[in-house]
Ligand binder design. Structure first.
Ligand SMILES: [Zn+2]
Length: 454
């Protein structure tokens, strides 16, 4: 085999690609737009604008299109994909803890390997088709822990989407499952994959003993990665930590060594000023999940208090256009968004976090040498697009219905609104079948008895 040899398929994929005649969003923060061509080769952006030319390249007509960096979802739960529309016959939950006890901690116990795979495939497809090229996931399936992260990674790599995966460690299902969760994170972190990376997932302070939290921190340290944990999503988390440990959640995490620049803190709603200061000083990334917060009525995060604030869906699909817009409007209502550039800054922060996980500081930008993760939008804009007004177009004009093509690491994963690698109809049929199996099992699972203190 020669250096450039390999299968014919590989040779075709290695051919450079020229996106011709587009409006290119090369950066979200600060916003930067230019009109011209973009050349991709060997998985990376080779040239942008005037220098982008290669007679051997496959040319893709992008006239009238807006080409943007792929969106990153910084907090997802793909395991919730098959929960959409599931029957619910118990008493309605009255608060956040009851939502967990009656919905999510029943669903996760019903998951097995097949439903995990199906959830990842259906959720990953949903994200890609919406222009999301990286998913940071927090996975839970207490009756199918070992190997679950590889099941997810295989499914997501088969679609061609990037993922940063962690298993949600918790004590709520007993010590064996807590250890198995830590072990699953450790096991996954030892592997190497083209598109997937690992973090150590931890549920939340109120379901973690000191020993289990320490085991998570140790696993993250050994795996040279960060902790991905829910923080003060509800006041119950903060109250539990103060009652059991005499300090707030963030102080507890800091004391355990869980706060550094690789830490990913989902929600961060009910934090006191001294804890917000620890978050800022540690350079950890907080993840705002506005639609989930509104849906669970857990409160509005202090958005202006973070130096790094990314954006996630918390399992409400993979559409970051939807999340960014809804978050912007909610923040406007609360008076803490400023202008529409708020939405671009959140998406840019999500990409910067993912970039740290991949050791790719240019992830989320369309610049030479950056990974070629991009989205082609059919966007017939009624007004000119400039650096100054890109944010306004984003919030008031763009949506995932405009996504025509998606490229991840230089390979097309969506072309002309269809997945390129997976049969969409087959995937949907199999997801529906798995959903019925899952819902049947769920009917026999009781309300989870775990209660926070405080
Ligand atoms: Zn979450």
């Amino acid at each position: 085999m020669t250096e450039t040899g390999g299968s014919p398929d590989r040779a075709v994929r290695a051919r450079p690609t020229l996106l011709h005649g587009a409006t290119l969003v090369t950066s979200l923060d600060p916003p930067h737009v230019l009109h011209g061509d973009l050349l991709v080769g060997d998985g990376r952006i080779v040239a942008v604008g005037d220098g982008a030319a290669d007679p051997s390249a496959e040319e893709i007509d992008c006239a009238g299109c807006l080409v943007i960096p792929g969106n990153v979802c910084a907090h997802h739960h793909l395991y919730s994909t098959l929960a959409r529309g599931m029957p619910y016959t118990l008493e309605p939950p009255r608060n956040f803890v009851e939502i967990l006890q009656r919905v999510w901690w029943r669903l996760d116990r019903a998951l097995d390997e097949d439903s995990n795979r199906s959830s990842a495939l259906a959720g990953g497809a949903d994200a890609l088709l919406a222009g999301t090229t990286t998913i940071v996931d927090h996975h839970a399936s207490p009756n199918a822990i070992e190997g679950s992260l590889d099941v997810l990674a295989d499914a997501l790599e088969s679609l061609g989407v990037r993922s940063v995966l962690g298993y949600e460690v918790t004590d709520r299902d007993g010590p064996e499952r807590a250890s198995a969760g830590v072990e699953e994170n450790r096991r996954f972190l030892k592997g190497t994959r083209p598109l997937a990376r690992g973090m150590v997932g931890a549920h939340a302070s109120f379901t973690l003993s000191d020993d289990t939290l320490s085991a998570c921190v140790e696993a993250a340290r050994d795996g040279e990665t960060g902790i991905h944990v829910h923080v003060a999503e509800d006041a119950a988390d903060e109250a539990d930590s103060r009652a059991r440990y005499g300090r707030g959640v963030v102080q507890r995490l800091a004391d355990a060594g869980a706060m550094d620049e690789r830490s990913l803190l989902a929600h961060c709603i009910h934090l006191e000023e001294d804890e917000l200061e620890i978050v800022r000083d540690s350079s950890a990334t907080a993840v705002h999940n506005p639609r989930s917060n509104m849906n669970n009525a857990v409160g509005h995060a202090p958005l202006g208090s973070f130096s790094r604030l990314a954006l996630g869906t918390d399992g409400i699909g993979g559409d970051m256009f939807e999340e960014a817009k809804t978050g912007f409007w909610r923040a406007r209502e609360a008076g803490d968004a400023g202008g529409p550039e708020w939405a671009l800054e959140r998406l840019a922060e999500s990409a910067r976090f993912a970039g740290r996980m991949y050791w790719e500081p240019l992830l989320g930008r369309l610049e030479p040498t950056a990974p070629a993760d991009l989205v082609v939008l059919e966007y017939p804009h009624p007004t000119p697009i400039t650096d100054e007004n890109l944010a306004g177009h984003w919030v008031f004009g763009l949506s995932s219905r405009m996504v025509r093509d998606v490229m991840v690491a230089g390979a097309w994963t969506v072309r002309d609104r269809r997945l390129t690698r997976v049969d969409e109809e087959g995937l949907a049929a199999s997801a529906a079948e798995q959903a019925m199996r899952l819902w049947d099992r769920l009917a026999d699972i009781d309300v989870h008895p775990f209660q926070p203190a405080g």
